[in-house]
Design a protein around this ligand. Structure first.
Ligand code: ZN
Length: 266
């Protein structure tokens, strides 16, 4: 029986096939390969640490990837050039009384408090970010508690935020987790029954709401379309016409966002 053409395209491609974790070199550039079963197209990302990641579908011919990389070279040179002009500058912070921390675009002054029974170690009280004195004594404890607070508050907020975008894109609302998503601001993983999970970086919640909305909408659009080609952006733009401006603003502010690095007290 003849193989359907789409399967034949992927499986019978001539030459070697890319494997997860391998490195591909084109010219002086090296790309780490990430194979994804649900991906159909090739994608390229510059990670926050400046490394290059090539995202490919299963059984992707090395030759196809090389052609893609050669075609992407202008885009990549431009992106890396801009990165050099504005390198990331994530600050090192101290978590102590008087310092300020952002949440959804507002700034809150940290205040040492006495923890009551059953109270969370970090809480927003009358416009102040109150952190238990016991937690503040140790930078690692303080960091863990503060990040935990971003995760809990951020998740609660984000879950109530999905509806308008999910409605406009006609996708089912996924579960939301807030954690350290490494070099990205968000990810989307489909579940086995079609009910997937969106992960958002906790640090994102320091930014104004409209930028968190951008990441939420960005990941929701991936429920329908993986990769970042023209049809993906068309879908996102339909739901969020100003997505281009928001992406630029996120790129700009995101480079200077606190990612949890804490310094010693002098
Ligand atoms: Zn994306």
């Amino acid at each position: 029986m003849p193989t359907p053409p789409d399967l034949r395209d992927a499986r019978d491609a001539p030459g070697p096939v890319l494997e997860d974790g391998q490195t591909v070199a084109v010219g002086s550039r090296k790309f780490r390969v990430v194979v994804s079963a649900r991906r159909r197209r090739i994608g390229l990302t510059v990670e926050r640490d400046g490394s290059l990641v090539l995202r490919v579908p299963e059984n992707c011919a090395a030759e196809r990837a090389e052609t893609f990389l050669r075609k992407s070279d202008g885009w990549l040179a431009d992106k890396l050039g801009r990165r050099e002009e504005h390198p990331p500058a994530h600050p090192v912070r101290e978590i102590r009384e008087g310092e300020t921390f952002g949440y959804l675009g507002r700034t809150y002054r940290l205040e040492a408090g006495d923890g009551g029974k059953g109270q969370a170690p970090v809480r927003l009280v009358a416009g102040r970010l109150v952190v238990d004195k016991t937690v503040l004594r140790d930078p690692a404890d303080a960091r863990r508690a503060l990040i935990g607070w971003y995760r809990t508050s951020g998740r609660r907020w984000a879950r109530g935020r999905l509806q308008p975008w999910a409605g406009r894109m006609e996708v089912r609302e996924p579960d939301v987790v807030v954690r350290d998503v490494g070099n990205r601001w968000g990810t989307y993983r489909p579940g086995e029954d079609g009910h997937g999970t969106m992960a958002l970086h906790w640090a994102l919640f320091q930014l104004p709401a409209h930028l968190v909305d951008y990441v939420i909408a960005h990941e929701l659009a991936h429920i329908r379309i993986s990769g970042h080609e023209a049809d993906y952006w068309a879908l996102l733009r339909q739901a969020m016409p100003e997505c281009g401006e928001r992406k630029e603003e996120l790129d700009d502010l995101g480079r200077r966002l606190w990612l949890g690095h804490v310094g010693e007290r002098e």
